[in-house]
Ligand binder design. Structure first.
Ligand code: GDP
Length: 288
């Protein structure tokens, strides 16, 4: 099953972005640190090509720190690109964000040429939370000045540093099947877009491959070497008392337990994709 999710306002989002990007110095794309590639919007990459780019790997508290570092290195190796990891607990997000942007556009800044930075990201990646923590009360009134779309939110992070928010929804375009599952596991795509059990089985297969000990610790499932994904799901159901009559496991309940735990970070810090895996998935998707 391929998860598809194409709400109709994609065109409007595309137009808004095209309008905004013209006089922007740096484009920040917020990504989910647990699924950096899946949570990227390919349209953003296409429409902002050539602009200095800052990738924010957000929700790093939920992600595997070693793999977050792998992704940071991966992005920083790209020309004109920097990457930082953040989470809502970060004490000084402004400092981190502003200095990364200044380094990307060293010739901008100062009151003559304030640095103008666009921030975008798919829903649920934590953009509002970050903007709230960045601003305190520094949100500039939205205005009708040239170059500023009506209703657009501008945030002054310094006298010469302006953050421009994209209010539109930029949905991920799911071209890679595994990416769809990862988005679904993270909660970034709506409930009715996915078959929960399939999403959980896919998630379990990944965890069995890379995070067996976290699964064992969380659910006390014992040695699961050589087990099938659904056997592990059943075992989790049994361990958690998700039972129907007659000794049968309530699979739906078990799946919900795993999803809820994963989203809350209760299984442990987990990242669902690595750059080399993503490349292989992309290649397979192209050949399909
Ligand atoms: P937006 O749709 O991108 O504006 O996302 P929100 O800011 O509304 O955040 C979506 C959900 O993620 C909310 O439940 C937030 O509390 C949660 N969230 C945001 N940032 C973080 C973070 O750094 N770590 C964790 N664990 N949760 C976060």
């Amino acid at each position: 099953m391929a998860i598809q999710w194409f709400p109709g306002h994609m065109n409007k989002a595309r137009k808004d972005l095209a309008e905004r990007v013209k006089d922007i110095d740096v484009v920040i794309e917020m990504l989910d640190a647990r699924l950096p590639a899946s949570s990227a919007n390919p349209m953003i990459a296409r429409m902002t090509r050539g602009k200095p780019a800052l990738k924010i790997l957000n929700k790093q508290d939920l992600a595997d720190p070693a793999i977050t570092q792998v992704w940071l290195d991966y992005y920083c190796a790209k020309p004109g690109t920097r990457a930082i990891a953040l989470d809502a607990g970060e004490r000084a997000p402004v400092t981190k964000l502003v200095s990364a942007c200044r380094a990307l556009a060293p010739n901008r800044g100062g009151l003559e040429k304030p640095l103008r930075v666009l921030i975008c990201g798919i829903p649920n990646v934590g953009k509002s939370t970050l903007i709230n923590s960045l601003t305190g009360r520094r949100i500039a009134k939205t205005g009708n000045e040239p170059g500023i779309t009506k209703g657009q939110q501008r945030i002054l992070l310094a006298d010469d540093f302006e953050l421009v928010d994209t209010p539109g929804m930029l949905w991920p375009k799911i071209e890679v099947e595994e990416g769809g599952y990862n988005l679904a596991a993270s909660g970034a795509v709506g409930r009715n877009a996915l078959d929960e059990e399939e999403v959980v089985l896919e998630l379990l297969r990944y965890l069995m491959k890379h995070y067996t000990s976290l699964l064992q610790e969380r659910y006390n499932v014992g040695d699961i070497e050589g087990w099938q994904d659904f056997e592990v799901l059943e075992q989790i159901g049994r361990r958690r008392g998700a039972m129907l009559g007659g000794g049968r496991v309530n699979i739906q309940k078990a799946a919900e337990i795993v999803l809820t735990d994963f989203r809350a970070g209760s299984i442990g810090p987990i990242t669902l994709e690595r750059p080399d895996e993503w490349k292989a998935w992309e290649k397979a998707a192209r050949e399909r």
